[in-house]
Structure formats: C-alpha cells, structure tokens
Design a binder for this molecule. Structure first.
Ligand SMILES: NC(=O)c1ccc[n+]([C@@H]2O[C@H](COP(=O)([O-])OP(=O)(O)OC[C@H]3O[C@@H](n4cnc5c(N)ncnc54)[C@H](O)[C@@H]3O)[C@@H](O)[C@H]2O)c1
Length: 422
C-alpha cells in the first residue's frame, strides 16, 4: 500500500501542538500520511495551532483542515462534530485521539465503529473493561489501535528491556519513579478537566513509568496504594495536584511513584523525571538508573526563552526536537516522533496484510498481524498494555479513599481490582 492514511486528529491542545501535528506533517512528507484534519471543541485552539510560528517555520507548505472552521467563533463548542467527521471518512484510515483522558473511550469506540484505525494518546482509557471492549471491537474489524506510550521508544528503555530480559541485572526488587510536570500547567486548560473526580497525577503521568517497568521487566502490578494532595487551580477547580503511590509487583517488588503538577517554572527542568530499579541476582545486586531530566545538555540563554521564562535549562535532545535536515524546513527527531511513526507504520502494515483480498481472508490476514504486534510488545496495544488500565483503576479507587491498598487480581478471564482484604 503506497497511499498515505487520511488522518483525523480529535483534540487540538498541547499534545497536538507539541508532538502530534509536527510528527504527522513529517510523515506526510514521507507519504505515510495523506490529508490531515484537526477537530477541537471549538475553533479557539485551532486558531492557536494554525498560528504556531514554530510549526509553520518547520513545515513550510504544510497545513491542516480545521473543524470547526477558523472562521467560526473561538468559544462556540461543537462537542459532537468529531462524530460527523468520522462518519464522513473513507474506511480504514486513521483517527488520532488527543482529547482529555475521560473522553478517550467514547472517541476511540466511535472511531472503531466508523471503521477507522486509531492512535490514542496515553492513557488509553481509565477502566480495564473499556480497554477490553476496545480490543474486542478492533479485533472483530481487523483494525489497529496503538497507544502512544512514547517512553517505550526512548532508546534507553529499549536497551534496558533487552538487557533485563537477557538477565543482566537480576530481578527487579525495589525502586522509584518520578515525573513532576511544571507548575505552569495549572494555568492551562487542565483547569477544566483535571478534577478530583476525573483524574490525578498518577493517572495522568505516573502511568508512563508503570508502563515502562512492565515494558522493561515483563512484571505485572498486583497492588496500588495512592495518596494525593488536593489544591485549587486558578479558576477554583479542585484537583489532586500531587500524588505519592506505592505499587507492588507480582514478584513482590515495590515501586514508589511520585507525581505532580508543580515543578518550579524557573528551574532548569523543564520537568523532573526518572526511574531507579534495584534488582537482585545470586549473591549480588544489579541496578537500572535513568535520569530522564538532565540528559547531559545544558543551555544558558541570553533571554528568558526557556520553559516558564527561564534562562538556564537542561535540554533533552531525546524526546522531541525540530532540527535542520537535508530537506526543506526542519524535521522532528526523538522518541516522541519515533513512537508516532511506529504506530502509523503499524497501521499501514495491518492494512497491507489484507490488501486486495476478499473480506474474510483480509480479516484473517490482518488478525495474524495484529496478534504478532501484540506479542512483539513494542508498540503499546490494548492487549499488551492492559496492566496500565488496571493500575489506573486501582489508583483511582485508592486515591479516593486516601491511600487504601487496592489489589489487582488476575485469576480468571477478567482481571479486576478490589480493596485489599485481610
Ligand atoms: N506525555 C504524553 O504522552 C502526554 C502529554 C500530554 C498530554 N497527553 C494526553 O493527551 C490528551 C490531551 O492532553 P492535552 O495536554 O493536549 O490537553 P489540552 O487540554 O491542551 O487539549 C485538549 C483538546 O481536546 C479538545 N476537545 C475536548 N473535547 C472535545 C470534543 N468533544 N471534540 C473535539 N475536541 C475536543 C479541546 O478543544 C482541546 O483542544 C490527554 O489524554 C493527555 O493525558 C499525553
């Protein structure tokens, strides 16, 4: 299949501007992606996206179709518009889901029922039963759903996964993970959805490292205890803006998980993150330590152009950067781009597998590829990243009862969570 995928992005916020749209533009240069439409709740965010000088400079000549159109009032909400757009797509193209977490399930299911492949930002959904529902619907239709857990594509994660599985460190026994996003997030659209009832820092960003520990070690979480600190956003909305969790794994290992929206805006960050896993072998210990904040590159700017207006910054060349290349404008590099590219390529791999075949044969051929992708475990899918929904479900139950330990039970066909007994 040489045709690129016609692509609808639902959600025009921060992640679309910082990662998704520039990545799709570059994939369009490679002809993996064809036309791009971006749909937001209203035209306001799309006007900002359209006017983004960084993106415009990097991709001269690229553009997207805005829905609602840029000429519509910036604050007039069109919450059901994405449904009409999905209904109008050619079958078996791509819908990118980049709306707030609580809407993922509805939008992903709408895309699947509209016969579209899906790229969904993490976390896929907030309940394990919803992940299973998505998996079943996608399997039935021979469609691919990729979950954008981009930390899997950080080279250090890939190296650690291979070495861990070769037995180089021994078995994970105790460690910590942290990810604290900037204080400035409190002034953003988060005020409208990051509520106590809907989410918390563990669910929002802690899940990256839960996924990563599973990705590296293959272990599954069996218990989560999570406590949160309630604070108010500038608009008065109450959210858990800090959280501290303890995750127990199936071999008895323990992981402390610290998350928050509060890394100082003027500090070098631009956020704080990293992973430390102590492991045990025969008569000795091993260790994996990833400093995901200071990756060894520091810049001091003449003006306060760093994140939050800072002058001095740790600069990560690893996640996502627009850099000069041998073509026009700039190109994206980093594991953020690699992750989007891998999901788009996987959609094309699935589509190619059934090309030109009668329906039943095409479904069987695509089913074999989907099974292989689940088994490979590199691109996150509902099947191979389902432990994340279980950890999130347990975490939500725990944080709403101030740290009560919640067990994840894998006995039987349907894993489930419940408060620890005994
Ligand atoms: N590191 C990561 O992987 C990462 C980072 C940031 C965000 N995310 C995820 O991306 C998602 C969005 O986060 P964000 O930071 O871009 O949020 P945001 O608040 O900046 O943007 C949300 C967007 O969704 C749009 N939207 C809301 N309801 C809609 C509807 N009914 N139809 C169409 N559009 C609608 C809004 O208009 C807005 O453009 C979240 O699930 C978040 O967890 C992932």
């Amino acid at each position: 299949m040489n045709r690129g995928l016609s692509t609808l992005v639902v959600g025009g916020g921060m992640i679309t501007a910082d990662l998704i749209l520039p990545s799709l533009y570059h994939l369009q240069r490679r002809e993996a992606v064809a036309d791009i439409t971006v749909c937001a709740l209203s035209s306001g965010p799309l006007r900002e996206l359209d006017a983004d000088t960084e993106i415009r400079g990097a991709f001269p000549g690229s553009g997207f179709t805005a829905r609602p159109a840029l000429s519509e009032p910036p604050d007039a909400p069109r919450p059901g518009l994405y449904r009409e757009l999905i209904a109008g797509m050619k079958p078996r193209q791509l819908v990118v889901v980049a709306v707030p977490d609580t809407l993922h399930h509805t939008v992903v299911m709408e895309a699947l029922r509209g016969d579209q492949n899906v790229l969904c930002v993490k976390p896929l959904v907030l309940a394990h039963a919803h992940a299973r529902e998505i998996e079943t619907e996608a399997r039935k239709r021979g469609l691919f759903v990729g979950v954008e857990y981009h930390k899997r594509f950080d080279r250090r994660s890939l190296v650690a996964r291979r070495a861990y599985r070769q037995g180089r460190f021994g078995e994970f026994v105790c460690g910590e993970a942290k990810l604290t996003e900037p204080y400035s997030y409190r002034n953003s659209n988060f005020q409208n959805w990051f509520t106590v009832e809907a989410t918390d820092p563990f669910t929002y960003i802690g899940c990256h490292y839960i996924d990563l520990v599973h990705f590296i070690t293959g272990l599954r979480p069996v218990e989560v205890s999570l406590a949160g600190v309630r604070r108010r956003f500038p608009n008065g909305t109450e959210g858990f803006l800090w959280s501290l969790g303890r995750v127990r794994w199936e071999n008895g290992a323990l992981l402390g998980v610290t998350n928050g929206l509060g890394y100082p805006d003027l500090a070098a960050g631009s956020n704080d993150q990293g992973l430390l896993l102590y492991c045990e072998g025969e008569g000795k210990t091993g260790m994996i330590r990833h400093d995901d904040q200071d990756r060894g590159v520091s810049y001091a700017y003449l003006e306060g152009i760093g994140p939050g207006g800072s002058h001095f910054n740790f600069v990560s060349p690893d996640f996502f950067r627009l850099v000069p290349w041998e073509g026009e404008g700039l190109r994206p590099v980093g594991y953020g781009f690699d992750s989007i590219a891998a999901i788009v390529e996987t959609v094309r791999r699935v589509e190619r597998a059934g090309e030109g075949m009668p329906d039943a044969e095409a479904r069987a051929a695509r089913g074999r590829v989907l099974h292989d992708v689940d088994e490979e475990g590199i691109v996150a899918t509902p099947a191979n990243s389902g432990i994340n929904e279980l950890a999130i479900e347990a975490a939500r139950m725990s944080i709403l009862s101030d740290g009560l330990p919640v067990s994840i039970l894998y006995d039987g066909d349907t894993p489930r969570v419940r408060p620890r007994q005994g």
